[in-house]
Design a protein around this ligand. Sequence first.
Ligand code: PLP
Length: 496
Amino acid sequence: MDLFYRSTRNSETRVKASEAILKGLCDDGGLFVPEKIPSLQYSLKELSEMDYRGVAYAVMKEFLTDFTEEELKHCINSAYDEKFDTEEIAPLTEADGAFYLELFHGKTIAFKDMALSILPHLMITSAKKNKITNDIVILTATSGDTGKAALAGFADVEGTRIIVFYPKDGVSPVQKLQMVTEKGKNTMVVGVNGNFDDCQTNVKKMFANRELNDAIGKEGFQFSSANSINIGRLVPQIVYYVYAYTRLLENERINDGEKINVVVPTGNFGNILAAYYAKNMGLPINKLICASNENKVLFDFFKTGTYDRNRQFILTTSPSMDILISSNLERLIYHIAGNDPDKNRAFMESLRETGKYDITDEMKENLNDFCGFYASEAQTAEKIHELYENTGYIIDTHTAVAGSAYDQYVKETGDETPTVIASTASPFKFTKSVMTAVDQKYASVEDDFELADELSKIGNVEIPNAIEEIRNADILHKTTCEINEMQSVVEEYLKK
Ligand SMILES: *Cc1c(COP(=O)(O)O)cnc(C)c1O
């Protein structure tokens, strides 16, 4: 039976997975949601005997029902291969009473690789299935990690081009270097004089702009999105929660059916939404703990039921979470409103017009799976420091936000449920903040590569390839623009 996808904003749209992947965003500005969240068709025991690719197939086949077995297996095998520096793909490390699920062993050393190494394959397969002859233009706004992961995934993929907008002064030096040294011939990287929300808002506008879409159509192009709103991003992210659970089971750290908690450092709400889908597929998850940095819109939302973006945007040491509009939250709002597009649309209109909305008490009750915590900059640094002192294990700033949130959760609830913390980036990606947290003496070291060498030494971990690659690479992308120039940059690039 085919699973269809609907829009979070109207009741007419109904498309197959491959069409939803190609389009990224619905025409009405809504997000695609599965008509029904499917159940796992294998027992936890059976899943624990599969490797990462096996689990990926077991999970993804339930969502991408218009892909043949051969097509989907080809996509999975092309994505989860030696590009990852460990055969486990997403290994678990136990430290100080929690299991860190390391999602940073791919090409760009952040968790975005988990989905963006497979998305290009899903997209090309979808294009073939739907007899698309236009070149696909991936238009992406990034808070730092999506950009490079998408560039790495789509670089030199025939029939595609990719344009990445990043906040010029809102990403880490390593993140920036990774993007501006990208060699792919079909790539364009642009620094925007604005923040991530500015980039994301304007990218969304371009997707929804009929005139622009018609104009590029005449040139033989069509837009698609590699942002975390694409279900081709969301579905592969469900896999590693199932995988993590089954590794704990396999290693006898939990009993079959025993519940676990999941803590996710959250920005755009994609990663934690995937955990929510995993839970709804039947994975025994107790609490989904949503961790925010000082941009704590989500913390406030879970506490009060009011989503309010009217506040100061704060630049933190966990830049990939510096977000005030968490796009994927719209899917959760739709679900907790009883899969009601009209209700959801009203909230989203309110968000657009006033920057806020209040959910109903009834909807609030449907949020019981979640709880929200946040970590200040000081708490984030303290977590890195403390974990290193206690165990020698070094985590990055985003993961530390989650670690701190978890500590607060345990303190508040006394809950002893085994807990998986999504570790979303390698500490090598945020060397300066990480090393300064480990020891204040590193604050005076200016050179990120010198710090990387030191991190490798004191943490007893090899320097990832992604860092070696950019040590001496040439800067190839120097374009910058103002917020209101983003569209003309795109138009210019597609004329060539
Ligand atoms: C993108 C990102 C996040 C936030 O994930 P969302 O799916 O946007 O909530 C957290 N940490 C890192 C390192 C990231 O790159």
